[in-house]
Write a protein that binds this ligand. Structure first.
Ligand code: ADP
Ligand code: MG
Length: 242
């Protein structure tokens, strides 16, 4: 069964068509990596999945709910879809434990104690339990991004969306974040990951989507994509980044 189904999405910013008839699906437990040149529409596509960006044509179905339908409770659906961005976007004026607790209490109605327990468990899992009372500004980029992942997991998401989670990090911090993502993938989390980290893709992706100029040019099993991408544009892209 598909957890995420993207059906013929087209989107315009004014006159500019940013997405053209994009379709794909992500099954439960599947890890799909999205790559492609800068400006090809990767961020826009992934934001359409949880309705952060509206689209004019097509629909996205997440766990059976239509993102485009007016009757869908979008905030409720969004609360169940974890999203991790390039810039960690932690709340700077809150401690790490507060960052992980606030939406649990406010959105899910958990008690402060439940939220705290869950937060500490997740911080332990990403190796940061000792930092619970620090503030984001006191932590490295890699640590902040691990906190952002833990914060998303605290909501018990049905799937996770990542948009270039390591591209703002210093090289020595990339692996600590990728390791957390690899673990998550191995545990069976449904994931859609925009990244140029092809090592990560080779290790855990089931499929690779290649985008160019707002279109899904290639949507292939990992083995086929790395073996020999069909399109020239994907071959060219791979030859430049590998
Ligand atoms: P990618 O993530 O692959 O780099 P994006 O989805 O961010 O690509 O952007 C795709 C295209 O849409 C780019 O040409 C970008 O300039 C344009 N774009 C992105 N956001 C906006 C916006 N808010 N208004 C107008 N154009 C935008
Ligand atoms: Mg982007």
């Amino acid at each position: 069964m598909s957890m995420i189904e993207i059906r013929n999405i087209s989107k315009w910013y004014g006159q500019f068509q940013v997405l053209t008839d994009c379709s794909t699906q992500v099954d439960k437990g599947e890890v799909v990596v999205v790559c492609g040149p800068s400006g090809s529409g990767k961020s826009t596509l992934i934001k359409c999945v949880n309705g952060l960006e509206p689209f004019q044509k097509g629909d996205v179905i997440v766990d059976g709910f239509s993102v485009g339908a007016a009757k869908t409770d979008l905030p409720k659906l969004r609360a169940r879809v974890g999203m991790v961005f390039q810039h960690f976007e932690l709340f700077p004026h809150m401690s790490i434990i507060e960052n992980l607790s606030i939406a649990q209490t406010k959105v899910l109605g958990r008690t402060h104690e439940e939220a705290r327990d869950k937060a500490l468990k997740l911080l332990d899992r990403v190796g940061l339990k000792a930092h619970a009372s620090k503030f984001p500004g006191e932590m490295s980029g890699g640590q902040q991004q691990r906190v952002a992942i833990a914060r998303a997991l605290a909501m018990d998401p049905i799937c996770m969306l990542f948009d270039e989670p390591t591209s703002a990090l210093d090289p020595e911090m990339i692996n600590e974040v990728l390791d957390v993502m690899v673990e998550l993938a191995k545990e069976g989390m449904t994931m859609m990951v925009v990244t140029h980290e092809m090592g990560f893709a080779r290790k855990v992706a089931h499929r690779v989507i290649f985008m160019d100029a707002g279109q899904i040019v290639e949507d292939a099993a990992k083995e086929d994509f790395f073996g020999k991408p069909r399109s020239e544009r994907a071959q060219h892209f791979l030859s430049k980044i590998l």
